[in-house]
Design a protein around this ligand. Structure first.
Ligand SMILES: Cc1cc2nc3c(=O)[nH]c(=O)nc-3n(C[C@H](O)[C@H](O)[C@H](O)COP(=O)(O)OP(=O)(O)OC[C@H]3O[C@@H](n4cnc5c(N)ncnc54)[C@H](O)[C@@H]3O)c2cc1C
Length: 267
């Protein structure tokens, strides 16, 4: 199957990226824009970068590429400040310089023959899916985005790419439907060509248990703790039906039915 956004990519580079802006989007989450032409030119949706953070964060931190600007010079990250690395990053100011390595990982496999797709985002799982939505729309593919989040953590709809169909879920029903975003997948599965999911592990567990999704083209982006991001240290190894794989090098995108889910509980 020919793909629009997959296949062997350009090797990653280490770049000095100038910060253009870093602003809060919801409580504790930030949108960070940097000038990184080499990474932007090579990036495919679903790929990530390893960002060097200051303070006492020794290891680089993985962040998905959220968007690439139309000029092709700038990339952005959507991230939650949850610890020493991301807290440090959230204080970035325009003119600061970040040290990033990327693009890394395999990225999503969007088929050239797809006419309509479903994106399923849980919370900050939205981060890599916005880039995918933009690429798909540019290729004339209809995009449905099912987005579930806590009601006080909703991403501003105005920041989403134009022309997508949004189905919102909130935990308490204050906006859109009440419930888990994964509940809508069976309803779409007959009418879309591909499904792409990014969110916390419980979302994937829920999907992996649904019998009517077996054998469907459902791609998920996995987040595990990782150390090198380059396939060297094996810290992010997981068990798949084809043996051990590394999330940083073989992923972070996998087929839903490729993962041995009962071995993932401790990750
Ligand atoms: C491929 C990939 C892409 C990612 N993309 C994004 C993104 O676009 N936006 C975003 O906000 N985050 C993303 N993450 C998660 C992000 O890397 C972590 O939140 C970050 O490394 C935390 O670093 P810290 O120093 O701030 O927190 P730490 O001080 O290292 O940890 C703080 C707390 O967060 C937990 N934690 C740390 N890392 C993870 C993780 N990977 N998964 C679950 N819990 C974790 C720790 O167990 C601890 O409880 C991604 C992770 C991966 C593997």
């Amino acid at each position: 199957m020919m793909a629009i956004v997959s296949g062997p990519g350009t090797p990653p580079t280490q770049s000095k990226a100038e910060v253009l802006s870093c602003n809060p989007v919801t409580a504790g989450t930030y949108l960070l824009r940097v000038n990184a032409p080499a990474v932007a030119a090579a990036a495919r949706p679903g790929q990530f970068t390893m960002v060097k953070c200051g303070g006492d964060a020794f290891l680089r931190r993985p962040l998905s590429i959220h968007r690439v600007s139309e000029t092709g010079a700038e990339i952005s990250f959507l991230f939650a400040a949850i610890g020493k690395g991301t807290d440090w990053l959230s204080a970035s100011k325009p003119g600061d310089t970040l040290d990033i390595i990327g693009p890394l990982g395999n990225g999503f496999d969007l088929h050239v023959s797809s006419r309509e797709i479903l994106l399923v985002a849980g919370g900050l799982g939205l981060a890599p899916l916005v880039f995918l939505a933009e690429r798909a729309r540019r290729n004339g593919i209809r995009v449905n985005l099912a987005y579930g989040t806590a009601s006080d953590q909703r991403y501003d709809k105005k920041l989403l790419p134009e022309g997508i169909r949004l189905v919102e879920f909130t935990d308490d029903g204050t906006c859109g439907r009440k419930g888990f975003v994964t509940e809508c997948v069976p309803g779409f599965i007959g009418s879309v060509d591909q499904v792409f999911v990014c969110g916390p592990l419980p979302m994937y567990f829920a999907l992996s248990k649904q019998q009517n999704l077996k054998g469907k083209d459902i791609q998920i982006s996995l987040e595990t703790r990782m150390a090198c991001g380059l396939g060297v240290c094996y810290a992010c190894s997981i068990k798949t039906v084809d043996g051990q794989k590394q999330v940083c090098h073989d992923g972070p995108v996998f087929r839903l039915d490729e993962i041995v889910w009962n071995e993932m509980a401790g990750i």
